[in-house]
Design a protein around this ligand. Structure first.
Ligand SMILES: [Zn+2]
Length: 215
């Protein structure tokens, strides 16, 4: 079943009303909203969680194990990389899995610009070849929860692509990748999930806007 999307009504009482459908009256000030000006027409808030199997060349983060307080760097996350047909390569204690299901609600971090045709054409081959390295084979290397895990696979893969394509200025560290790509996307998703839950229970989430001088 399709989940209802979150919309936001910017009411002139300087409150933003987040909800699933336009309420008849503003829950903050009580004023009727029907037939109001276009400025107050609701805008939809895009869902940051999407189907990883419909992505191409993305880094994916599964959210199921997250405590929805937000991303503090210690949350349990599982990460993987999609190929050009939405198969998600991910490293686990059993080696590399090539998942065709199970990544339907995840955080999506695009890794390749859609106009980078050369790289798109090579991607599947890069990913498959990289996944066959002994580094990810449980008979040669053991999965280590904190240091040789799903994220190690993603970071090392991104670095192998950068090196093969002669891009970038040396390898990206795990820390930099987490801070610049993963944490902001996960934190946006956590906020959205928390917002949704609040609306499910309370029907609205009201956030005060700061007054601006702009008209
Ligand atoms: Zn109002």
């Amino acid at each position: 079943m399709e989940k209802p999307g979150v919309i936001c009504v910017r009411h002139e009482c300087l409150n933003n009303i987040f909800c699933f459908s336009m309420p008849p009256a503003c829950p903050a000030c009580g004023e009727l909203l029907a037939g109001r000006r276009l400025r107050e027409a609701p805008v939809s808030i895009p869902d940051p969680l999407g189907n990883g199997h419909k992505t191409t060349c993305c880094l994916l983060v599964i959210m199921t194990l997250l405590s929805f307080r937000g991303f503090d760097g210690t949350s349990e996350l599982h990460t993987g990389i999609s190929n050009t047909s939405g198969v998600v390569y991910n490293y686990t204690g059993r080696g590399i899995l090539r998942d065709q299901s199970g990544w339907r609600a995840c955080v999506i971090v695009p890794l390749v610009r859609p106009d980078t045709f050369h790289l798109l054409a090579q991607w599947d081959q890069y990913l498959e070849r990289f996944s066959r390295r002994p580094l990810w084979d449980p008979t040669w290397h053991r999965y280590v929860h904190d240091t040789h895990n799903c994220l190690t696979f993603c970071v090392e893969f991104v670095n192998s692509v950068l090196a093969a394509e002669g891009l970038g200025r040396g390898p990206l560290s795990r820390d930099v990748l987490t801070r610049t790509l993963i944490a902001p996307a996960v934190s946006r998703a956590c906020k959205y999930v928390a917002l949704r839950r609040h609306i499910q229970h309370q029907r609205f989430y009201v956030a005060q806007r700061r007054p601006t001088t702009a008209t």
